[in-house]
Structures are given as C-alpha cells and as structure tokens.
Design a protein around this ligand. Sequence first.
Ligand SMILES: Nc1ccn([C@@H]2O[C@@H]3COP(=O)(O)O[C@H]3[C@H]2O)c(=O)n1
Ligand SMILES: [Zn+2]
Ligand SMILES: [Zn+2]
Length: 250
Amino acid sequence: MSLQIQMLGTGSAFAKTFYNTSALIRSNELNILIDCGSTTPRSLNDIQIQPDQIDGIVISHIHADHVGGLEEMAFRLLYESNQKKTKLYLTKAIANVLWENTLKGGMYNPEDGYHSLEDYFDVIVIEEQVPVVIGPGLAIELVPTLHIPRKPSYSLFINDRIFYSADTRFSEELLLHEVIDKRNCHTIFHDCQLSGQGFIHATLEELLTLPEHIQQRVYLMHYADNMSDFIGKTGRMQFVVQHEIMDLPE
Ligand SMILES: Nc1ccn([C@@H]2O[C@@H]3COP(=O)(O)O[C@H]3[C@H]2O)c(=O)n1
Ligand SMILES: [Zn+2]
Ligand SMILES: [Zn+2]
C-alpha cells in the first residue's frame, strides 16, 4: 500500500510560474485530484496524464484557481474519451453553487441534454466532517474553514494523518488542537501568503508563530511568484515543489 502526492501546481491564484495550487494523490492505482484550477489540465498534460486517467476530483471551494479547469476536464472526457464521467467529490454547499455560479455559463446545453452537474460528472455528495473512503487505503474528510465570509470552503484530512489546508485563514486553534493534538498529522500542506496581511489566507508571518516541532511537518503551498526571495526565511517549514512526487505514509 502506498500513497504519493504530486503537486500539479504550487502557486497562488495569480501565480504565473508555479501554476495554481492543486494536488494529484496516487494511492493504490487510483489517481485523485484535490481541486482542478485553471492551470490543472495543462499541468496534467505536462506530466502526461490525460483526463480519463483521473478517477476522481475533490473540490475545496469555487475560486477559479481551484475549479477553473473543470469545464475542460468534463468536455474532454465527453468529447475525447467516449462520454466517460469522472467522480466529483464535494459537499452539498459546494454542489449548490458550483453549477449555478461557475459552470452553467459554459456547460448548460439543454438541446443536447446537458442541464446539470450530474450530466457531466458522477457527483458524490459528501458530508462535512465525515471521512469518506474513496478507494483502498484512501479516505478523505472535508472540514469547513474560514476563507471568504459566507463562502463555503474546506480543508482536507487525508487518511486522518495528512492535513491539506486548501485556502484558509490562519487558525492556531485548528492547527494546534485538531491537526496536531487530536489527529497527530505527520504532514501538513498549508497555503502561504508570503507578504502583506492575511485577510483570506494564512501568512508566512502567522505560520512562523507555530512551534518548531509543528513547522517541521509543514509544506508551504499557494505561494506567489517571488517565492525564491523567501528561501531560508521560512523557519523549519519548506516550500513544496511543483511536480515532485512525495512518498507519504498512509
Ligand atoms: N477578499 C478577497 C477576495 C479575493 N482576493 C484575491 O482573489 C483570489 C481568489 O483566489 P484565492 O486563491 O482565494 O486568492 C484570492 C486573492 O488573491 C483577495 O485578495 N481578497
Ligand atoms: Zn486559491
Ligand atoms: Zn480561494
């Protein structure tokens, strides 16, 4: 049994160098995406993975750097891969808005029978804070986090031991109590705004307040194009590297 994470992109919403942050989880022959931003199809192409090799996509929230690649994925599956649908794992709160507020404009096509998210994806609605088994050795849990007020947004626990923040404000409470004390996560992928105030993301300054033994577990993602200016300034935390395959304990 093995679990690998390969970041398809490690950059912020506006990053041009590192692509939008999204991850490919490879677990016992399954390929699962965490988010599918505007640059994700290009990144998959870079590593020679085609949409029909993706077994499922988990959605954290509906900013374009996290869902902007879904239309291409669905259309390519439909028109290039013999009408295959991929699984889409999301909460009810996200399902409600993803179609109406994001995808419908490009994908609504009643003449050909395409009216809804379900016409393009095998939609699997999952409960908040309930782990769902996606495949052998892979369980995902979505926990609500604070990103934009009144916008549903989630972080993920993978097999209860890996924390993936997606986009969230810094929460010492979540990191110290839930991620470390309760679940003893060995690996933490956290979004990181390198400079300025963290109105909607965790800042490097805030993350540097974590005790060193926690920083050691942290990989920084969702960073700006000037990341190299900050090498050596991230305490015990390290920047996650785009396309590097990381072997993690299940
Ligand atoms: N209140 C907001 C809302 C959005 N933004 C910027 O838009 C981006 C959307 O994707 P993101 O990755 O959440 O990062 C957001 C901010 O850069 C922002 O800076 N402030
Ligand atoms: Zn983002
Ligand atoms: Zn966001």
